[in-house]
Write a protein that binds this ligand. Sequence first.
Ligand code: CA
Length: 229
Amino acid sequence: MPEVLIIEDERAIADTLVYALQTEGFTPHHRLTGREGLSFLRKRDCDFLVLDIGLPDIMGFDVCREVREFSQVPVLFLTARDSEVDQVLGLELGADDYVTKPFSPRAVVARLRAILRRADGRQGGCPEAGTSLLEHDLEAMVVRCRGVALKLTAHEYKLLATLMGQPDRVFTRDQLLMAAWEDPGSAMDRTVDAHIKSLRSKIRATAPDCSDPIQTRRGLGYTFSLEEA
Ligand code: CA
């Protein structure tokens, strides 16, 4: 079971995370301060570090820098403000991702799984600073690509949100029409194709290095998969 160290000074947040991670088959550990977390990590290999930025003793950024001196453990930052997000992206700390508070514990679990998959693909290669290819912010109703909000039409957004909501499921064009159009009768299968095409080009414009996350299943429909080749 993957071991996760959570460094977070707010007990309520840590408790919900610990609970969610246990439920999902991880082994979570929790430390309240940067120093305690660092000394834990020096003694014990963890598969993940979930790291709050606003800690009482050392800023999360500095904890991350110190961790990088002895470990390449994937780091997921917990951020409270947009300014912190900018810093995560700008500092090139070798952090793998971030979530912004308030977040759902499920979102954190999903993010850790995505990092695990990426780490497997990386096979111990160079650690890179970066954010996930696509990230759905349900409350803001935006999809971020590499941390940048995609400028989508309402139909494109609903299409992508539907596909992302159930990765690896094949959706027929009819199902996508039902999900993303208020009046599906007035639209045609080709409408879906046209919107998928424009979605792909928007994603490609933001992340030209990545393989297309929307796959065409010939004769069936479309599926979303975040396996990064
Ligand atoms: Ca805090």
